[in-house]
Design a protein around this ligand. Sequence first.
Ligand code: FES
Length: 183
Amino acid sequence: MNEGSSPFPEQPAQKHKKAEQEVVKIDWEEIEKIIRRYEAGHEALLMIMQDISDSYNYVPPQVVPFLVEKLGVKESLIYSVATFYKTISLEPRGRFVVNVCTGTACHVRGAERVMDALEDKLKIKAGETTDDLSFTLETVRCVGCCATGPVITVNQETHGGLDRSGAVRLIEEYAEDVLQQEG
Ligand code: FES
């Protein structure tokens, strides 16, 4: 593998470092379209924020005042939604969000070892995002596949029966996807 193009950071990532360095380019037409889809109803705030998250992997901060104006909601409500719902973030997240299940069944089957292996591989801690925005590592409490633990989810996909090396191999496969897409 070409070292220079590796999606794995050589240095530990600083949480949300990219957020300070870059202002993401917003497609305002697309944001308007999402809002119109829900008829600009303030009661649809959660769904609107989720759709924006699906497009950008997070809700870019510059969108917040726009939502306030268009939906007539308080800025504090937007922050509350982002705090309460794990799938919505106001800070950049990786293309792949990796959740390690730390529920009891996965815990007794070795979730901690899986988490250690992923932290070592990605050089980030739980709650952080790699500098290249490829991966975000998080924890989750039981995803309902306890019999196949330890379990991790990567975006919408669930993977069970992992040990340290299996988890690392899996992440390498996703990293390969990143490289292929970047061409
Ligand atoms: S405890 Fe991990 S899936 Fe249930």
